[in-house]
Design a protein around this ligand. Structure first.
Ligand SMILES: [Zn+2]
Length: 377
């Protein structure tokens, strides 16, 4: 199985200059590739990924392979083509054979990522485990069908205040000035910390959700479409532009996509299947009786069924419906004599079309779900 390993580089000042130069060259190569694609498109032809990479490989001059060696308890170095030896912090063992290396910059630090073949095959999907639906939200990052909630804020109050001050300061600086550069570096440092915190939380949450399950069902989200600006055009200006901008910021701050990547990555390591389903009506369908009505969702957090009076946290309802939609045809194990918590979305008294789910699986009370949501952070 292929895994990634990322280490922070400890570069000498002249090496920093070199990697920055190479980053600029890579950007140029990327832009050439992009321009090539555009040129082909203008002529009505298409150039594929395979052809471009073939040309890239031909264009590459130095195919020397890389090597890594330990130089101390916490230090190691890697020999990279053209760059020579670069030192990095040995924060964890490689655990396999090297395939490739990538140098990248995040915030103020440079990193080296290795693609490593660890030699063990990807685990087979176990049927001795349960299954879970996940609802990603704006108020709470993730709610699961078993009634768990995962959320935390990634920026501290102090950092947010400091960031706002820096933004104001930035607005007062001149383009290209040293003050502006220093200001940008400080803002980058804050955002880098926020990103690290978010990434860490996503990875931990993914473990908690994925482990012990054989199937994880997520809603398919069109995040690009969802976070599109409501600004509109000069001729036809949009409405609720400020509110939409705030919602967009909230969606992007949660990092739904990178959370999905974390879930998929964990699932790959644990032999868990990840499915995505159409999220239409998952928030307004009653998990107890299947009634589909927009009035079912009273507010952001509360769901009260108009037909049967079923009460539950709205995000848990969304997660249950997501699971019900995604588990159809899945062979996952469940305890004998204990029905799986299902949402019978095929029952449709309101006449609004909702996708049919598996038939013949009994619906029942939630498995040990507590009525009041408990927050895990
Ligand atoms: Zn109901």
């Amino acid at each position: 199985m292929l895994v990634g390993r990322k280490y922070r580089l400890v570069l000498a000042p002249e090496q920093v200059a070199t990697v920055e130069e190479y980053a600029a060259i890579c950007r140029a190569v990327w832009n050439v590739g992009l321009e090539q694609r555009r040129e082909y498109r203008r002529r009505g032809a298409l150039i594929g990924y395979a052809q471009q990479t073939r040309e890239m490989a031909e264009a590459k001059a130095d195919p020397r392979h890389l090597s890594v060696e330990r130089t101390g308890r916490k230090r190691a170095r890697a020999h990279l083509p053209k760059l020579g030896w670069v030192a990095f912090r040995w924060s964890r063992p490689l655990g396999g054979t090297l395939r490739s290396a990538t140098v990248s910059c995040d915030g103020k630090h440079w990193y080296i990522s290795f693609l490593v073949e660890i030699g063990t095959p990807a685990p087979a999907i176990s049927l001795e485990r349960g299954r879970v639906g996940v609802d990603r939200g704006v108020a709470v990052l993730a709610a699961t069908s078993d009634g768990r909630f995962f959320d935390r804020s990634f920026i501290t109050k102090g950092e947010a205040a400091r960031y706002r001050r820096l933004q104001q300061q930035h607005a007062r600086t001149r383009r290209g000035s040293n003050r502006r550069k220093a200001c940008q570096a400080k803002m980058r440092a804050i955002m880098c910390r926020v990103r690290d915190r978010r990434r860490d939380f996503h990875a931990q949450t993914a473990c908690r959700i994925v482990d012990r399950n054989a199937l994880v069902v997520l809603e398919e989200l069109n995040i690009k479409g969802m976070t599109a600006s409501a600004k509109g055009t000069m001729v036809r200006p949009g409405t609720h532009v400020r509110q939409k901008a705030g919602l967009n910021r909230a969606i992007l701050d949660k990092g739904w996509h990178s959370f999905e990547l974390a879930v998929r990555n964990r699932a790959r390591h644990r032999g868990v299947e990840v499915r995505t389903v159409d999220p239409a009506y998952t928030s307004v369908t009653c998990p107890a009786c299947g009634c589909v009505h927009p009035d079912n969702r009273k507010s952001q957090a509360s769901f009260v069924c108009a037909a049967c009076g079923h009460r539950e946290h709205a995000d848990t309802v969304g997660a249950k419906n997501t699971l019900a939609r995604g588990h159809a045809g899945h062979r996952a194990w469940r305890p004998r004599h204990q029905p799986v918590c299902e949402a019978p979305t095929s029952v449709n008294p309101q006449g609004i079309s909702a996708p049919a789910t598996a038939v013949g699986i009994p619906s029942a009370q939630p498995l040990g779900g507590s009525p009041s949501p408990s927050f895990e952070t």
